[in-house]
Design a protein around this ligand. Structure first.
Ligand SMILES: CC(C)(COP(=O)(O)OP(=O)(O)OC[C@H]1O[C@@H](n2cnc3c(N)ncnc32)[C@H](O)[C@@H]1OP(=O)(O)O)[C@@H](O)C(=O)NCCC(=O)NCCS
Length: 176
């Protein structure tokens, strides 16, 4: 199976819109799904790092991260306790993994790992020091730990999903 991993550019939105919106109901809990309007806004904004994985001209994996915006981040109730952690991240040096998913029929083949690796290297290249994200137990945490993720704290019933998500940090300086 040939996997085509590539960096998404904002002008690609129209071409990939259908594939990209397909991830929402298939990969993410309904409380964490993005509307088309919001996803388009994020995917076509500046300063985003997006990698897609294609198999047979179909997008089967996505990874999206962007500079952490503390004004947004601190206001949302999903992140109690985050304010105490701010001194460590309060700079332009931290990015946040907004989305990370592989379609069910394509999991366990290393696509998630490739996407994460590409994201990390690009974030490092752009001068970020930390990559933060929330991940569930299982493959999502497993992959991040392979890249040296440190768990900061659990968030029970994250975003009303009924599952615990763990806030993690990857220190990009330590990634080879
Ligand atoms: C998380 C997700 C993107 C992983 O994608 P994937 O393509 O299946 O991942 P990979 O095949 O690259 O697996 C990567 C590593 O994770 C490990 N892994 C897989 N399942 C695991 C599990 N249940 N527990 C621990 N580690 C696991 C694998 O061993 C693999 O490591 P290896 O390459 O050394 O064998 C995919 O499961 C997914 O889309 N899940 C739903 C959305 C989601 O949870 N996104 C994360 C944000 S919360």
């Amino acid at each position: 199976m040939e996997i085509n991993l590539f960096k998404f550019r904002s002008e690609d939105w129209d071409r990939f819109e259908v594939d990209l919106m397909n991830f929402e109901p298939v990969c993410y809990h309904q409380n964490l799904q993005w509307s088309k309007k919001y996803k388009k806004e994020l995917f076509t904004s500046l300063d985003v790092i997006i990698f897609l994985a294609e198999v047979n001209h179909r997008v089967v994996g996505e990874a999206h991260c962007s500079k952490l915006d503390f004004r947004d981040f601190c206001d949302v109730e999903d992140f109690p306790g985050i304010k105490e952690l701010l001194p460590r991240y309060e700079s332009n040096e931290t990015c946040y993994q907004n989305a990370f998913g592989v379609l069910p029929g394509y999991r366990g083949m290393g696509i998630g790992r490739l996407l994460k690796e590409a994201t990390i290297h690009e974030a490092k290249k752009q001068g970020f020091r930390f990559l933060l994200g929330h991940a569930r137990e299982g493959a999502a945490i497993g992959i991040n730990k392979k890249f040296g993720a440190r768990i900061i704290r659990p968030y029970e019933d994250f975003g009303g999903t009924g599952t615990t998500h763990y806030l993690y940090e990857i220190d990009l300086k330590k990634v080879k």
